[in-house]
Design a protein around this ligand. Sequence first.
Ligand SMILES: *Cc1c(COP(=O)(O)O)cnc(C)c1O
Length: 347
Amino acid sequence: MVDLSAIRKNHAYLAEYAAKAECAAVIKADAYGVGMREVASCLADTVQTFFVAHPEEGRQLRSYCPEKRIFVLHGFLPHQPDFMVKYGLIPVLNSLGQVRQWRDFCQKAGREHPAALQFDTGMSRFGISWEDMRDEAVKELKPVLVMSHLACADQPEDRANEEQLACFLKMSAAFPGVPRSLAASSGIFLGEAYHFEMVRPGIALYGLAPQEGEKERLISAIGLEAQILQIRQIREGTRIGYGLTYKAEGAMRVATVGIGYADGVFRSFSRGGALWKGKECLPVLGRISMDSLSVDVTGTELEEGDWVTVIGQEQSFAEIARQAGTIGYEVLTALGGRFERFYREVG
Ligand SMILES: *Cc1c(COP(=O)(O)O)cnc(C)c1O
């Protein structure tokens, strides 16, 4: 279940937090697995600018939103400049090579096509370096946006944030008047100095609070339920699941639930993981299978066919991530395509 009104509220909260900046939305990877089409249309009234990672994602998004500005974070491949223009996609130029190719392409076409320029301010992932700034192709470029990305924004104390900020200020000064963007979800909460003219939240739209203090303000937009396929009564000493790693210490009721690692429930979730029925905790027993897992339903009223909660009130996807030793991004983007999805306006 995806709560579209929660996504809208989260966006409104972020937009207000970074009030002087335009609040774009990053909806790459099928909006982190949540559904690009639905997320884009639920934000259509307030968001003018979207970011995706791949040109192909941009083409898809273009078919849902003919009017919006769409930036493509990976830029384009050598054979793709025409593709970008055809679908009105704005590449983020990440290397000197891309800057030159775009220049050559525009010269040949006899007109300027909009592009954004990324600076590497310390993450060594995407973007041109300080030395690259001397290149003629860069000097001639008239980007519609300059941007960079923070490596440690989820750790506000880390000095790398200030260093990257200083570097971004220095590099963007070479393009006076061009809108600037540095902050993704976590960066927004580093404060106004990081907002510039545009912020680019992704995960925070679904309620993942990057920093402790913001947890109450963002609303979790994702719920996930799975069905109990079987319930069995077992005796003391009975073992459960692959590897028979769990052994019952007494008589118990065990439910087999129809969700497994192929659906994005990591195998590491076996250790200390649990599903929920309301406020009742149902600990995972033994290993997670591909399509199912077992939980302890001893002493509950649960029956075969009932639905239990994987992600909900008692357990957000961030908590599942912590439990499984990963991060919320990985849990969200790993959720499989087998679920029936409901998009709702909850509250
Ligand atoms: C993915 C991404 C974002 C959004 O990041 P979140 O942490 O999900 O807010 C913003 N900018 C760039 C360059 C990205 O790659």
